[in-house]
Ligand binder design. Structure first.
Ligand code: UDP
Ligand code: MN
Length: 603
């Protein structure tokens, strides 16, 4: 009897516990969440094979592990040969004629690519902290999507091999190659055969008509099976341990899009190198891709992902779920261009975030020139820009139209669906994006350019018949002194003596983006022309109205001249020198008095 009571109590308490657990689990399943220490998500996570050492970091509730494939790293470190370790290669003389034709069709040295191993090694140029970084033991798996049009076969295959060799087996579901109507014969049966024999994870989708990279990627994304989509260009090389840093922020929050650092594979030598130590993506008001400096806090954690307003375009990871919630890319975007803005604006404005992960690096061949012809569909780029501006940029689109005025009259096609999507997702305004996410963009790329500090001819006080003269010179050529053309009755028509001291604090030729540049520290340093970079440094000039000095750089040296030799140089300032005094034709007192408040401060 007593025993029966005890088992009854046991049974009841067991049943109660079961019910409670079931209720808890059911609630989470219903709301589409798996409990993750770092926040809710609905991803299926994959355990890495257990032979790896697994640790819990202090204060971490999710298990972390070192994902490095030490065996592969060791094997690769021993590779020797042309292009190995990412070193610059060159062609033997006997091949250089081939180089010519393969250059033309690719915009890079295709013949050299053919001599470099498809599974070549590249240097680990990550920040040293990345080698010690551990990531969640459970991460989602990926479908890598590569759209290509007439890619060179060996660069396409090298993309695949780098992904296969440098991705953990448990995380790589498939590589989807989308052939955007390529016409090169070797991309047909030969590619099929190679893939069937050597690359079992690769699937090929063939598009019947040239659809462009945007629709190519959409086709790949539709076919993808994994929960995370990783988009790559068809001439890239994934570097060591590239996937976990892309995936961890996504495992924490499925509405996060993560970009790798993009390294440079030289188009001529295939050398692999960094382009810089990272920057935040942005744009100017002609919609050229630009970059903003890292923030103070980002610099303190060089191996941690940081927020970036705009992706560079080609390479990123995003969950299929979030990608499709955002409607994928606007399918009305044609061929190429503008899609990186569309997706970036959408991600931020519609509740997601975008990060750059410094410990994930992928090399990309930046071509020397675009090799394939535009398929005769008119101004597709302008049309793409107009679609993005009209749907996402609100009143800010006006700044684009002021600079690309032909867009005003261009028909962007039907925007109804895109606008409805924005409504449906309750996306935030572009103003919000500009103020909260790209908050420093206007400082570097002001939508309305501040007035010039000064402009017109620049006349030497010591030799008042002489003016600064660029003589139609080009890059790296010297700026001289010559007889003032205005005195000769010419009307400055060819601008060789007309300059502008712009809000960039540079001195540029009117109508050109060539700037007066001083790169030497010698006693009489020559002044040359160089494409304006807008980043102060060698191109920073300031006009001191009282002293009539044109001062250069941080060292504050003065522009000076030897009228006899028509020579112009920068040297130590001297208040007794008449040739260091200059009169600029038009001076904007208001702007000069506001000098310190104009433009960004480059530290
Ligand atoms: N691409 C494509 N269809 C096109 C144009 C480009 O599939 O009509 C592919 C191209 O092969 C590459 C990616 O899209 O894999 C990006 O193009 P590209 O490399 O020319 O752009 P870039 O890197 O120069 O911006
Ligand atoms: Mn590319």
């Amino acid at each position: 009897m007593k025993r029966n009571v005890v088992s009854l109590i046991k049974f009841i308490s067991l049943a109660a516990i079961t019910v409670i657990i079931t209720v808890i689990v059911f609630r989470y399943v219903r709301s589409g969440k798996i409990i993750n220490a770092r926040g809710p998500h609905s991803l299926q996570l994959h355990n890495y094979p257990q032979h790896q050492q697994i640790e819990k970091e202090m204060g971490e509730t999710e298990e972390k592990m070192d994902w490095h494939d030490l065996k592969m790293i060791n094997t690769e470190s021993k590779r020797r040969g042309i292009g190995e370790q990412g070193r610059a290669g060159s062609l033997p003389a006997s091949l250089s004629s081939l180089e010519g034709s393969l250059y033309q069709v690719n915009g890079f040295n295709g013949a050299l690519s053919d001599l470099i191993a498809l599974n070549r090694s590249i240097p680990d140029i990550r920040h040293p902290d990345c080698r010690r970084k551990k990531y969640f033991r459970r991460l989602p798996s990926v479908s890598v999507i590569v759209s290509f049009h007439n890619e060179h076969l060996s660069t396409l295959l090298r993309t695949c091999w780098s992904v296969v060799n440098r991705s953990p087996v448990s995380l790589l579901e498939e590589i989807i190659l989308v052939d955007d109507a390529s016409t090169k014969p070797e991309l047909q049966i030969k590619l099929d055969d190679y893939v069937a024999k050597h690359l079992p994870l690769v699937k090929i989708i063939r598009l019947g008509v040239r659809s462009g990279l945007i629709r190519g990627r959409l086709a790949g994304a539709k076919a993808a099976k994994a929960q995370v989509l990783v988009f790559l260009d068809s001439h890239t090389e994934a570097n060591v341990n590239w996937l976990p840093p892309l995936l961890e922020p996504i495992a924490e929050d499925y509405r996060t899009c993560v970009c790798p650092f993009i390294d440079v594979i030289a188009f001529d030598t295939f050398e692999y190198r960094a382009q810089d130590e990272g920057a935040r993506g942005a744009f100017d008001w002609e919609l050229y891709y630009k970059r903003l400096p890292l923030l103070h806090d980002d610099l303190k954690h060089p191996a941690e992902p940081f927020k970036s307003p705009v992706m560079a375009g080609g390479l990123f990871a995003i969950t299929a779920r979030f990608f499709w919630e955002l409607g994928g890319y606007d399918p009305g975007l044609d061929i190429w261009g503008g899609e990186q803005y569309e997706l970036s604006f959408k991600i931020w404005q519609c509740g997601g975030q975008m990060l750059d992960a410094p410990c994930s690096r992928v090399g990309h061949i930046y071509r020397k020139f675009p090799p394939f012809p535009n398929p005769g569909r008119g101004d597709f780029l302008g049309k793409n820009y107009k679609r993005v501006a009209e749907v996402w940029m609100d009143e800010y689109k006006e700044f684009i139209y002021r600079r690309r005025s032909h867009l005003r009259a261009l028909d962007p096609g039907d925007l109804g669906e895109q606008k409805a999507l924005r409504e449906r997702l309750h996306c935030k305004s572009f103003k919000w994006f500009m103020e909260k996410i790209a908050f420093d963009l206007v400082e570097y790329y002001p939508p309305i350019e501040p007035d010039d500090f000064a402009s017109g001819e620049i006349r030497n006080v010591g030799a008042p018949e002489m003016c600064l003269d660029a003589k139609k010179r080009k890059k790296d050529e010297l700026v001289m002194l010559d007889s003032c053309v205005r005195d000769l009755g010419k009307n400055n028509g060819d601008f060789e003596q007309e300059f502008r001291m712009t809000w960039h604090k540079d001195l540029r030729l009117k109508g050109r983006t060539d700037c007066l540049d001083v790169s030497s520290g010698e006693l009489k340093a020559p002044v040359t022309l160089y494409p304006c970079h807008g980043k102060h440094g060698n191109q920073r000039w300031k006009y001191d109205i009282e002293k009539q000095w044109i001062m250069h750089g941080n060292a504050q040296r003065c522009l000076d001249a030897e009228p006899g030799a028509k020579r112009v140089y920068v040297t130590a300032c001297d208040s007794d020198s008449a040739t260091q005094k200059w009169r600029i034709q038009e001076v904007n007192m208001k702007a000069i008095n506001d000098w310190d408040n104009v433009g960004p401060n480059f530290a």
